[in-house]
Design a protein around this ligand. Structure first.
Ligand SMILES: [Zn+2]
Length: 134
């Protein structure tokens, strides 16, 4: 399989990919009002503070919404691709991929947990799988 196209890693988001490389799912936290936000961005939408740090998510949540992608197909992914919007335990949301699940088995409200998928070239990507132990 061809290598995955790498995301741009800039001042505002390189830290998130660094945490992923360390096996962690990062969430940006405003230092002004403690609001969590994702994806990473420079300013808090609630209090407009530019000060922030990052916390590590438990990686657990439930599927808020999903879609199954068949086209267009990009290199580095296996299709059909299940893309999910996850309500994390911490109270914010993240968009990711659901692995180890057939498209007909995905549904709203299912519990999921994060795992790190490592590509042959060493690139690490947080993805999710269904969580059965609840
Ligand atoms: Zn804030």
């Amino acid at each position: 399989m061809d290598a995955r196209i790498k995301p741009p890693m800039e001042l505002d988001n390189a830290w998130w990919w660094q945490m992923a490389d360390e096996g962690k799912l990062g969430i940006q936290r405003c230092l002004g009002c403690q609001t969590l936000r994702h994806p990473p961005r420079p300013m808090c939408g609630d209090c407009h503070s530019l000060e922030w740090d990052a916390v590590e998510s438990s990686g657990r949540g439930v599927i808020c919404s999903y879609t199954v992608l068949r086209h267009p197909q990009f290199p580095g992914y296996e299709y059909p691709l299940i893309i999910i919007l996850v309500d994390l335990e911490e109270g914010t949301r993240v968009t990711s991929q659901l692995v180890g699940c057939e498209p007909q088995d995905v549904d709203f409200g299912l519990p999921v947990e994060m795992l790190i998928q490592e590509d042959p070239d060493g690139f690490k990507l947080p993805v999710f799988k269904l969580r059965s132990e609840i």
